[in-house]
Ligand binder design. Structure first.
Ligand code: F6R
Length: 260
């Protein structure tokens, strides 16, 4: 795991966008794993800017989203389908047929989940997976106690997550209770993972994920087992990291490090 601490949300988003752009430039037909929520908005904004101003090309890539609420039609403003099109897809040149988002309205969830996993595999696996983190330490909607071997499936959201996400809905009762989500096992198979976190309310979850024990109580801690995970945090989200000085020291000393 490598931890990059930026002062501001904007700087954090730009640093993460550079990594995604590097992957795409090296492999134009890369498979990107996408996340929703408030965290990656700045990253998407920066990728859109790079597309417009620096000709960053998405025409050959494929995307797989992490999750979707069960019961929300794609036209619902809080569905992750809607979110992705509004905030990212409609601003770049990814062919529509290359976009995969779990269905929240299928009438056969087990079959859909199996198909989703198979599609990821058929597309060659995920080259770079973007992740946010929940205040309860979840990645995607893998709530506490999710198995590290879990695959795409239906999950019941934790009450903490329902509380956290109520801010996007008119009232708490409108937040869906179930979601379809990639599993921890699915995520761990990505070649490269970038986890983003901003804001003080993520500080405990970030510290537990990065420096705490590996435990299914904090599913983001599973990333400690992944060989290529970069964690991008802003100042407020980094406040509980005991080794923050060391992470900054590593970045400072990097130019002089022997080439690997
Ligand atoms: C979204 C997702 C979730 C969010 C997490 C943080 O696709 O998988 O794990 O990343 O709940 O949400 P925000 O960014 O809204 O704080």
């Amino acid at each position: 795991m490598e931890v990059f601490i930026s002062e501001t949300y904007e700087e954090m988003s730009k640093a993460a966008a550079k990594v995604v752009a590097k992957t795409l430039n090296a492999k134009p037909d890369a498979v990107l794993g996408m996340a929703t929520g408030s965290t990656p908005l700045g990253l998407y904004k920066e990728l859109v800017r790079m597309h417009r101003e620096e000709a960053l090309d998405f025409s050959q890539c494929t995307t797989f989203n992490l999750d979707e609420y069960v019961g929300l039609p794609v036209t619902h403003e809080q569905s992750y389908h809607y979110f992705m099109h509004e905030n990212f897809f409609k601003h770049v040149n990814i062919p529509l047929q290359n976009i995969y988002i779990p269905s929240g309205t299928t009438d056969n969830y087990p079959a859909f989940c199996e198909w989703y996993e198979t599609r990821i595999e058929e597309c060659g696996g995920i080259d770079i997976q973007i992740l946010g983190i929940g205040s309860d330490g979840h990645i995607a909607f893998n709530e506490p106690t999710s198995s590290f071997n879990s695959r795409t499936r239906l999950k019941t959201l934790a009450e903490q997550t329902i509380d956290d996400n109520a801010r996007f809905f008119e009232k708490r009762q409108d937040v869906p209770i179930y979601a379809i989500t990639m599993g921890v096992g699915t995520i761990l198979e990505a070649e490269h993972i970038i986890l983003l976190a901003n804001g003080e309310n993520k500080a405990d979850a970030v510290a537990a994920a990065v420096e705490g024990p590996v435990t299914s109580m904090i599913t983001a801690s599973a990333l400690q087992l992944h060989p290529e995970t970069d964690v991008f945090v802003d100042g407020p989200a980094a406040t509980k990291l005991q080794m923050a000085d060391y992470y900054n020291w590593i970045q400072k000393m990097k130019p002089g490090a022997p080439q690997m």
